[in-house]
Design a protein around this ligand. Structure first.
Ligand SMILES: Cc1cc2nc3c(=O)[nH]c(=O)nc-3n(C[C@H](O)[C@H](O)[C@H](O)COP(=O)(O)O)c2cc1C
Length: 236
């Protein structure tokens, strides 16, 4: 099998881990792989919390309902969709472009796109701008082919969740390629876990928690089942 596909096909949601320490060099490679995932407008609208120190990990595991993968993992990675970092991210990219010697035209283009992005993605107080933009886009859409940008806060969080999920999958495949195992989890108390991590209810939403470690030899992995290809794919 193709070397890149191997970890992809071998990855399983592992429900019990043995206690191993994940070396810093592996942690960094895994997190670096996560952020290499594509993201909408390259905004990278997420944050990862790598929880490994023992009292914090125990608390986080408890907030994952004490699930076995959480309770036995070497680390818990909390993946957070973050819509509060957009302005800082575009400023950081702009600074990087200036430092890297991009042409004035390219920098101006990026500034313009970032400005449009800010206007499009800003829901404003009580979602007021969102409602106005929704009406404008709906009207324009009557005679023009166009996509609808995320307008209200829940749409924005859903938008950020897409990019966050892609980064999560990269993270899991990278862990697998480096000889570790993972289990993605959405069984957690989002309110308490957010509070524990000091997240903002306005800008952050936990997308998933990924338990990471080395599969316990005592864990018997059930066979993997998938719907047949023709049930999920339409070739047109
Ligand atoms: C979004 C998401 C949430 C999940 N939540 C949990 C969970 O809370 N607890 C758990 O044990 N497994 C969880 N899983 C793992 C799935 O049960 C697992 O991926 C699925 O059964 C397929 O198994 P496989 O990944 O080994 O092929 C979750 C997976 C995804 C993608």
């Amino acid at each position: 099998m193709n070397e890149i596909l191997k970890p992809l096909f071998h990855r399983r949601a592992v429900k019990a881990f043995e206690p191993v320490e994940i070396p810093q060099v592996l942690r960094e490679q895994i997190l670096d792989a996560a952020r290499r995932a594509p993201s909408s407008f390259n905004t990278q609208p997420y944050q990862f919390f790598w929880v490994e120190s023992s009292p914090r990990r125990a608390t986080a595991a408890k907030l994952c309902m004490g699930q076995m993968p959480a309770a036995t993992a070497s680390a818990l990675v909390v993946a957070v969709a973050d819509i509060g970092s957009l302005a800082a991210t575009s400023q950081a990219q702009l600074d990087w472009m200036r430092r890297s010697g991009f042409s004035h035209a390219k920098i101006r283009d990026y500034e313009r796109t970032a400005k449009i992005g800010r206007i499009l993605f800003m829901p404003g107080p009580f979602g007021i701008f969102g409602a106005v933009k929704w009406a404008i886009f709906r009207l324009l859409n009557l005679w023009k082919t166009m996509g609808m940008p995320p307008l209200f806060r829940p749409d924005l969080l859903k938008w950020a969740t897409k990019s966050t999920s892609l980064a999560c999958q990269n993270l899991m495949i990278a862990a697998e390629a480096l000889g570790l195992n993972t289990c993605p989890m959405e069984g957690f108390d989002g309110r308490r876990l957010s509070k524990f991590l000091g997240l903002s209810t306005r800008y952050h939403e936990i997308v998933m928690v990924i338990a990471i470690g080395k599969k316990s030899p005592a864990y018997a992995q059930p066979p993997q089942w998938r719907r047949p290809l023709e049930a999920t794919v339409t070739v047109l």
